[in-house]
Design a protein around this ligand. Structure first.
Ligand code: FES
Ligand SMILES: [Fe+2]
Length: 449
């Protein structure tokens, strides 16, 4: 049974039925049609430096092991024993030659091949064909500048096609310096009540919440709180929405130093950004460095997100319709000095770690919304996604693609257009869904300044 999502999600008029965030049947459809198909983020390549290094995570609700094989390539396998389904690797990360199931002891090598079955002669009379009982492997695994992704769908487009026009913005995160990036400080994990899409759509499109939700955190981080909150409300930024569902929003402003200090960045991180100005501007250009490489929010469809500048990477793992688990990393430029990497790690924990002062504001909003959705009357009313409807543009000479003001919900509408398309399609769609027609060129009534 599948639900007709087009009756519940009306992106043309910016209305979404609340049951999309609560219905177990819709959730099951998401596992099948979103998470079993889309390219999902697994980890960063720097986590898997040596042969035998592994990291365990999830694709949707499916547990997986990502591993550096002996030949140096990366593999990704379902972390579920072919005998009775136990996870064959119960550690978060480590280095190994074999994965041995703790239930009855079947063991698999780093290519996923079944190597050893206890009492093979006595219990199986040497009749089990081990070559047929290896771990299930993903259809495809690929990396984009250090970011590791995989898909279960052999008909999915290539990773590069899947990311499409979002790559220009993503490069602001992963292609700033010649040495690329790495993660530091391990992976933080935490859970709370809240449908995964509440977090994904916020990171795709919601800067609007910052002046009210984060006012107290901004006060703790900066002296100039009134000025900062006013600035956030002034809408001096832009939002990009890919027809493929990915999105980002970012602030502008010509003075990088003021911009970062105004967000409470410690002096050492501000000085670092200023010190790499020439290198980054040469690679990405000034507009990209000042915008999407140093500020804002982003979500790669469906559930991989990051915050440029704060450098938190995260995955919103779905755990039922009303719960998610966050895995969070801290990303740094590999060429940065050690003390800058450490300062970045500490600042990311202070702001967007599990108990980070900004993270808590967001988590509380999502958890409370989810709690309220338990009410029968509450669920009857649609959510409003009408901000900026009819006020989008494209090709403004500085930023490519479909754009809107910083405070807009055009990217959320883009996220849900793609969501509906995938939820309805029997097979992986070959074309992106068509968004509304937009004017060409930036309107001159404010916005970017
Ligand atoms: S479930 Fe893994 S060996 Fe039995
Ligand atoms: Fe937030």
């Amino acid at each position: 049974m599948t639900v007709d999502l087009s009756t519940l999600v009306d992106t043309e008029n910016g209305l979404i039925n609340r049951t999309v965030f609560t219905d177990p049947v819709i959730y099951e459809q998401e596992l099948q049609r979103i998470f079993a198909r889309c390219w999902t983020f697994l980890c960063h390549e720097s986590q898997l430096g040596r042969p035998g290094d592994f990291f365990t995570t999830y694709m949707g609700e499916d547990p997986v092991i990502v591993v550096r094989r002996r030949d140096g390539s990366l593999g990704c396998f379902l972390n579920s024993c072919r005998h009775r389904g136990m996870r064959v690797c119960r550690a978060d990360t480590g280095n190994t030659k074999v994965f041995t199931c703790t239930y009855h002891g079947w063991s698999y090598d780093t290519d996923g091949k079944l190597k050893n079955v206890p009492y093979e002669r006595e219990a199986y009379y040497d009749e089990i064909d081990k070559s047929k009982w290896g771990l299930t492997e993903v259809a495809r695994l690929d990396t984009y500048k250090g970011l590791v992704f995989a898909t279960w769908d052999p008909t999915a487009p290539s990773l590069l096609e899947y990311l499409g026009d979002f790559c220009w913005y993503l490069d602001g995160l992963v292609d700033r310096r010649a040495g690329g990036t790495e993660v530091v400080g391990g992976v933080q994990r935490w859970r709370f009540k809240g449908n995964w899409k509440l977090a994904a759509e916020q990171f795709a499109s919601d800067n609007y919440h910052a002046p009210s939700s984060h006012a107290s955190a901004i006060a703790a981080l900066t002296k100039d709180v009134d000025k900062q909150v006013a600035r956030l409300g002034r809408n001096d930024g832009a939002q990009f929405s890919s027809d493929l569902g990915h999105a980002t929003g970012f602030s502008l402003g010509k003075n990088l130093e003021h911009k970062l200090l105004g967000r409470g960045f410690p002096r050492i991180l501000v000085d670092y950004q200023l010190s790499i100005w020439d290198e980054v501007v040469e690679r990405l250009g000034e507009d990209r460095f000042l915008g999407p490489a140093t500020s804002g929010h982003a979500n790669v469809f469906p559930n991989f997100a990051y915050l440029p500048g704060f450098q938190t990477l995260r995955v919103w793992h779905p755990k039922g319709p009303d719960e998610m688990e966050i895995y969070a990393w801290v990303l740094v430029d590999k060429d940065a000095p050690a003390e800058v990497k450490e300062a970045q790690r500490r600042f990311a924990q202070l702001t967007f770690g599990a108990s980070g002062i900004l993270e808590q504001d967001d988590g509380e909003n999502w958890a409370e919304i989810q709690r309220n959705l338990r009410g029968a009357i509450t669920r009857r009313e649609p959510f409003n996604y009408q901000m900026g409807l009819g006020h989008e543009w494209t090709e403004d000479g500085r930023y490519p693609g479909r754009l809107g003001w910083y405070a807009s919900e055009q990217a959320a509408r883009g996220f849900y257009r793609r969501y509906v398309q995938l939820m309805e399609a029997e097979t992986f769609p070959t074309e992106a869904p068509k968004g509304p027609a937009v004017r060409s060129g930036r309107p001159d009534n404010g916005g970017i300044r």
